[in-house]
Design a protein around this ligand. Structure first.
Ligand code: PAN
Ligand code: ZN
Length: 196
């Protein structure tokens, strides 16, 4: 029998402006934490010389660590660009590669860049207020804000998923989402690098 009293608070209030979930641990990522994530390293370094803004926060809750448990987090990703590339999260594979995730868009406009590990397929899937995105296992995922207000979403994933940032830190995503003529376009990283 499950002892419901062990889950001190079953319902949590959350704030889509501050990114706060009551009682949740908060991770804050500043621009300086994202060295190596953006395609245009010169634009990155010059932006960082100006200031080191907060790019995103994630408030996470881990109610249990059992096989069937779920963890979830509220992400708030600010609007902005480095060079022509929109603000983004670091992105990761789940350490347990089979682990999938559901993203629920609450506010703002953007996308999730998905990259399948072995087939090498990349796709940008719209993530915005009123959309739900399913991230399959074996797929790297990165949130990107293409709008003018914070992109706010909840991600729910198996407790045993774990986060593998190392693979992305080593080779990054193959595609980049950049602004061209006021619109987002998904391009090969190597092609964009050749034009910088
Ligand atoms: C999300 C992410 C969140 C921040 O909750 O953790 O969008 O991105 P990074 O973890 O890549 O910095 C998720 O996918 N959790 O598994
Ligand atoms: Zn994830």
């Amino acid at each position: 029998m499950i002892d419901l009293s062990q889950y001190a608070i079953l319902a949590r209030g959350y704030d889509t402006t501050t990114g706060e979930i009551k009682g949740a641990a908060v991770v804050r990522r500043w621009l300086s934490d994202l060295r190596g994530s953006f395609v245009d390293t010169q634009a990155f370094e010059s932006a960082l010389r100006q200031s080191d803004p907060l790019i995103y926060t994630v408030s996470s809750l881990e109610p249990g660590k059992g096989q069937g448990d779920l963890h979830y987090g509220l992400g708030v990703l600010m609007p902005g660009k480095i060079g022509a590339e929109y603000y983004l999260t670091k992105g990761h594979f789940h350490a347990w590669r089979e682990a999938a995730e559901v993203y629920i868009g609450l506010r703002g406009t953007g996308g999730i860049l998905l990259e399948e590990q072995s087939a090498g397929e990349s796709q940008i899937v719209p993530l915005a207020a009123g959309t739900i995105v399913y991230v399959p296992g074996h797929t790297a995922h990165r949130s990107i804000n293409t709008g003018h207000e914070p992109l706010v979403y909840i991600g729910v994933y198996p407790a045993s998923a774990g986060h593998d940032y190392g693979s992305i830190a080593k080779q990054n995503f193959r595609k980049v989402l950049i602004e061209r003529d006021g619109h987002p376009v998904l391009l090969d990283r190597t092609d964009v690098l050749a034009t910088i």
